[in-house]
Structure formats: structure tokens, C-alpha cells
Write a new protein. Sequence first.
Length: 294
Amino acid sequence: MFSGAYAILYAFFDATNRLDRAAMRRKVEGSITAGAHGIAALGLATQVAKLSRDERHQIMDWVAEDVAGRVPVAFTIFGATAEEQIAEAHRARSAGANWLIHQPPPKDRIAPERLGDFFAEVIGTSGLPAGIQNAPAYLGIGLDMQGVTDLARRVPSLKMLKGEGPAIEIAETIAGLGPGFPVFNGRGGLELIDNLRAGCAGVIVAPDAIDVIAHAIDAYRGGRLEEADVHYRRALPTIVFVMQSLDTLITYGKRLTALRLGLGPVHDRAPVLGPTAFGLEVTERLARDLGRLP
């Protein structure tokens, strides 16, 4: 369950600014058929901070329904207080999640020195295996290496870590946590092969190039290292393009995924980075290079 390439879903909206049911279903189906080892939702790529509580719960229900037990499902748990995260964790379990990823509260709602205590309070309250998202570069708050290892020793129900950092930093984190503690990286799959060499259990990435990334991981696991490198090199132009920033990921990664899935126009929920003509040209070229998702 804690391994491989997880596709973390974008939130697709319709022309009335409501969640697009058909597009969300198509994204799940395309990701699984393309080889994703798991499906995740409600993280940064899902624009979770822009979703209402009811919308978050709707996505939980839709994802569990569409996955239908074919691969594991993980939901990121978002909330400004421990009470909110505990309630969301129980809701995720009732929807059918297999495991959870607790995100830090907004940086203006908690002192950095309190973050470890916060995670210790919320992790495991649902009875599901749980991890944390440690992405200070994107969230503005996170644990340092000592904080992560202390939390792992302090909280036995902490089962994994979702990091967002260079492979050299992830390697140090993995060494500090010790063998057998699953660590995922994100960053769109950047440095994928080096992450695997460093000991990463896998990656949690948006669906833009999920097929190629999953094939690379499968090849690496099978000892076909040259094949893994070929797949990674094929995905790399897309990874570099969409991971310039979180805003770039949401604007162009979502459109790239829509093109590969054969979906219609992408409707943005403000505030958002507006696409440029050149950005759309690059997006369309990358989609042609990668081909259609099944």
C-alpha cells in the first residue's frame, strides 16, 4: 500500500464553478488504466484550500466510488485545528480511504515549535494508517529532520512520510528514519530515479505523466534500470515545465492532463495564474509528445 506511483487528483470545475463529476471520474479511470499504483486526493494539486468542507467530502465519496477497491486510496487531511483534522479523518475513513496524509495547519494558525505536538494529537485518531505531508517549501511550515525522526519514534501510528524536496535531502530523511519506514516524494516526479535509489517507496504526483512515471517505477523495481531511465527522460520535460511553481502546476498541469484525457475546456477557480498563449502552446506540445491517456 505504501509504494509506487500515486496519482493525486486535480479538482476539475465546470462552467458554473461546481466540481465536475464526469471529469473527476475520467481522471480516476485514466490514471488507474495508465498504471497508477494508487489514487490520492485533497492535496495541494487538488487545491484543497479552495474547497468547502462539503466539496472535500464529495470528492472523497466520488473517488472511493470510482476506484472501487482496484488500488489503494489515500486522502490528504486538511484543517486549521486538531478538532477539524480529526473530524475530517473520520469522514475519510467512512468514505473508504485506506490511509491518510495529514497536512500541517496554515502557517498563521500554529507556531512552528508546536507542529510536532499537533501531528501527535491527530495522527491515528481515525484508526487508519496515517502519515504527514512535510513540504515547507510549498506550505511555509514543516518539520526539520530531527522533528520528523522524533515524531516517528513518539507516535507508533505514524506509518509514512510525504516529502517534497531534493533527492539528497530525502536520502538523509530516509537514513534518519531507518529501514522499513516508507517515504514518498512529490515534486511532480523530479529526480525520480535518484529518489528510488535513495530508498523512496514511491512518489505522489499529479496525473500529467502518471503513465510514464508508473512505468519507470515498475521497470526500476524489476531491475530494468536502463528502461527506467528511458521512461524518466520521456517524462522529464513535462515535470520541469509544470513544477516551476504550484501556480504553474495548477494552471498548466491541469490543462495538460485534460488534453491527455480528452476532456473539454478547463475552468479555473479564482484566484489562479492565468494561462498565456505561449504557455498553452507548450502544454499542447507536451500533450502531443506524451500521447493520450487510456
